[in-house]
Design a protein. Structure first.
Length: 475
């Protein structure tokens, strides 16, 4: 499909169909934020109160910003900054509004650099479970005869091996480079149309497995029993942040993907499908992981170690544990790859348009830069743990490069990018242009406009302030 911009822009590579765009956008949103971060956040924030408020936030904050980012891309039909610049120009406003998308492009690049480090951890666990399956057989539990402490120590052991950490990071980012360098229809769309269906099949099978062999009723109660006493200010902010980060907002990915969408696609409807699918995956991740954790007698508040430490221990006591563990991390790899492809595409599209270079060259430049920065992040868990170049700044005090990259993107760049997107769409862009793209009418359009103009900026400003000054909540 060749998408052509509203202002007569040159035809560009695009999605072959509406379903391809939906799969790619869902793949962009569904990643480690759902599989790793959501269960960890739900466990750390008391379960049901967090989950139900999270769903509320997706509908009122995540979805309006998602539609805003996508319509900017579709109207501009170019890289994220150029799309914003075109709308600003057509609206008679300053072209400097493209800074909002530049924040997103920079955020996507920085997230890519450390995201691929975590993707390397997923590759490591695929290898661990494959080796265990080969040595112990199919029917028994994973890691037969090994104490739980040894299984829990797998992740710290990986952190202590700097060469392996860097090698896995290189492997994951190289896979991402391969698909992005092939273009939208031949690379990115192929990943989405093949890996996302495979992801959902594996996801449902493992969730059903957990329902029959794990403590499913306990997990169901934990995730969906609302206890108002647990809905504190900190929990509500965590839920708002998760809704925002889960949809990959503020990193220009949806603007970039929106540029490849044809004029026949209703953006409001597809945005609803994307947000709904992303939320469903997050909830299923909880129903997939927590039954196994509870059945093993483990605590749900394992934080970031829940998926990489608690869950492998849980597979030990379950039939076919090695097989299911291997399939689980293969499934997580599919989700991680579809998201890393989106993260790499945003700066690649920007560099390709800005420097007038070929896609393979732009992808290579982005990959090498992210690879080098990611090496510092990978080594910050051991070899470079004392390397804290930004420790003189209170926000980054005591943080290595991995944590610095995480903090600056999640607490600064992403919220600022999303705030500016809401202000631009809600107050700056000409109403005629926005109305022609959003696919809404009547009361729904008024509600969406109110959310974009008022609720979304206020909520995101709160996330930004509390993220930079956590002492506000007494932390």
């Amino acid at each position: 499909m060749a998408a052509t911009g509203s202002s007569g822009a040159k035809a560009r590579d695009g999605w072959s169909s509406r379903s391809a765009f939906i799969l790619a956008a869902v793949g962009s949103a569904v990643g480690l934020g759902n599989m790793w971060r959501f269960p960890a956040e739900a466990g750390a924030n008391g379960g049901g109160a967090f989950v139900l408020f999270y769903i509320f936030c997706v509908a009122l904050i995540g979805l309006p910003i998602l539609l805003s980012e996508t319509l900017i891309g579709r109207h501009g039909q170019s890289s994220a900054p150029e799309s914003v610049r075109r709308i600003a120009k057509e609206s008679g406003k300053s072209s400097h509004w493209d800074t909002l998308a530049s924040f997103g492009v920079l955020g996507a690049f920085l997230v890519l650099s450390f995201y691929c480090v975590v993707g390397g951890w997923v590759l490591y666990y695929i290898g661990v479970f494959a080796q265990d399956l080969f040595s112990t057989g199919v029917t028994g539990g994973a890691f037969e005869g090994r104490p739980a402490g040894d299984i829990e120590a797998l992740l710290p052991s990986l952190f202590g091996n700097g060469g392996l950490m860097v090698g896995l990071h290189i492997a994951f980012i190289a896979i991402t480079f391969y698909f992005v360098s092939r273009g939208v229809s031949s690379g990115i769309e192929w990943v989405a149309t093949w890996l996302m269906p495979a992801f959902f099949v594996l996801f449902l099978l493992i969730t059903i497995y957990g329902a029959f062999t794990g403590a499913f009723s306990e997990a169901l109660s934990y995730l969906f029993t609302f206890d108002a006493s647990k809905l504190t200010g900190a929990v509500m902010l965590a839920a708002v942040g998760q809704a925002f980060f889960s949809l990959s907002l503020g990193v220009a990915g949806m603007m970039t993907y929106g540029a490849y969408v044809g004029r026949d696609v209703n953006l409001a409807g597809t945005s609803g499908i994307i947000a709904g699918a992303d939320t469903a995956v997050a909830l299923l991740a909880g129903l997939c992981i927590f039954p196994i954790v509870f059945a093993a007698g483990l605590e749900p508040n394992g934080g970031p170690g829940l998926m990489f430490q608690s869950l492998p221990i849980g597979f030990q006591s379950m039939p076919f544990g090695s097989v299911v563990g291997l399939l689980f991390f293969v499934m997580v790899f599919f989700a991680a790859l579809t998201s890393s492809v989106s993260l790499m595409e945003a700066p690649t599209a920007w560099l390709k348009d800005k420097a007038k270079v070929t896609r393979p060259m732009a992808t290579l430049i982005v990959t090498v830069a992210a690879l080098l920065l990611g090496i510092l992040a990978a080594l910050s868990f051991n070899d470079l743990s004392d390397f804290q170049p930004f420790g003189f700044i209170p926000l980054f005090e005591g943080q290595g490069m991995f944590d610095v990259l995480d903090t600056v993107t999640s607490k600064v760049l992403m919220p600022i990018g999303a705030i500016m997107t809401a202000l631009f769409v809600g107050w700056v862009a000409e109403r005629r242009l926005i109305d022609s793209e959003n696919g809404l009418s009547g009361g729904l359009e008024k509600v969406w406009l109110f959310l974009v103009r008022w609720l979304c900026p206020l909520a995101l400003i709160t996330i930004l302030i509390v993220g930079i000054f956590p002492s506000i909540l007494g932390e």
